[in-house]
Design a protein around this ligand. Sequence first.
Ligand SMILES: [Zn+2]
Ligand SMILES: [Zn+2]
Length: 131
Amino acid sequence: MAKGPVSIQQILARAQSALGSLGIATVYRTLNLLLESKRIQTVILPDGQTCYERSGMGHHDHFQCRRCKNVYDLEVCPLHLARGTIVPGGFLVEDHEMTLYGICPACSEAKPKKTAARLTAKRARAPHAHP
Ligand SMILES: [Zn+2]
Ligand SMILES: [Zn+2]
């Protein structure tokens, strides 16, 4: 599993495979305790899905694969915009969070028939298409 935020479904699936039968109520209760003690934080993806990740990781952006739907942490921030920058319109930037979309390395290797560029362009027009 790649490093990145995980959804409640992924957490539940992992907890159940590790611990056997485990109710979703137990998982939610544990998540709430971790959130309250600030050991984890929520990540709201642009599609509205809530994911969870460890707190205190510092600034990082995310990448969501349109094919496998996994969300990855990006190691490098692709947006060079310093805190304190004033963008046109007079908006003082304090922070940003960003989710890029596309095809992850695992998926682009898995389909050698078409080029990655063509697939990316095709997927861009149908953001919620299921493979
Ligand atoms: Zn993928
Ligand atoms: Zn960034």
